[in-house]
Write a protein that binds this ligand. Structure first.
Ligand SMILES: [Fe+2]
Ligand SMILES: [Fe+2]
Length: 207
């Protein structure tokens, strides 16, 4: 609120990327009614603001590929959630829970692309390399628990191989470099999942 010549002057700034951008001056006129002046910003300024919005138009083929990958990720997340409940070894439970969160993140990233935005990715994952699970089962352990956990881990390695190969194929469908980079990053993360599961099996002497 500003005071000018004994009158009350209010400056309004309204902006929208999609509608008119106005700079309005509201003042009390002599008859007591409010008077509003609304001036459109020039189009170069408006265009400059609009350039912040990157609209990506996907082809039918790209949309179909994204939806297929998304449904894969949904099943993966559900699978890891179920398997974390079925695993006997707490180490394996934790691993399944960690991977479940990453599959959920993959699902959401693909959803963002379907909505026209490409999320940032670092493409520098080392989760597989850095994972050092502690051993729970000995080599001569033939318990039901070990058999159960071995089955779950082996089954998930098979799933990761399939999912990874889907990304490897689908990445070529996309024209936008940012999307290709994202899909390549997700593929590396799927390979990391397989590597962590393989390490878990190895340290626990599972065949
Ligand atoms: Fe995934
Ligand atoms: Fe995965």
């Amino acid at each position: 609120m500003l005071r000018k010549g004994g009158k009350c002057v209010k400056i309004l700034l309204m902006q929208s990327f999609y509608t008119t951008i106005c700079f309005g001056v509201q003042a009390n006129s002599s008859d007591g009614r409010r008077k509003i002046t609304c001036v459109n910003f020039s189009s170069p300024l408006r265009n400059k603001l609009l350039r912040k919005e990157v609209v990506m138009v996907l082809t039918e083929k790209e949309t179909a590929a994204l939806k297929d990958l998304q449904s894969q990720e949904k099943i993966c997340a559900k699978k890891y959630e179920k398997y974390s409940q079925q695993a006997k070894d707490p180490e394996l439970k934790n691993l399944f829970e960690t991977i479940q969160k990453e599959e959920q993140k993959h699902y959401e990233s693909l959803g963002q692309v379907l909505d026209g935005t490409v999320p940032e990715c670092d493409c520098n994952d080392s989760n597989g390399k850095d994972y050092t699970p502690k051993a729970t089962y000995m080599s001569d352990d033939n318990s039901e628990d070990k058999m159960n956990d071995s089955f779950l881990a082996t089954d998930c390695i098979g799933t990761e191989k399939l999912v990874s190969s889907e990304y490897n194929t689908d990445v070529f469908v996309f024209g936008e470099p940012g999307v290709r980079k994202l899909l390549a990053d997700i593929q590396v993360e799927e390979q990391n999942h397989a590597e962590m599961l393989y390490k878990y099996k190895t340290v626990n002497r599972m065949s």
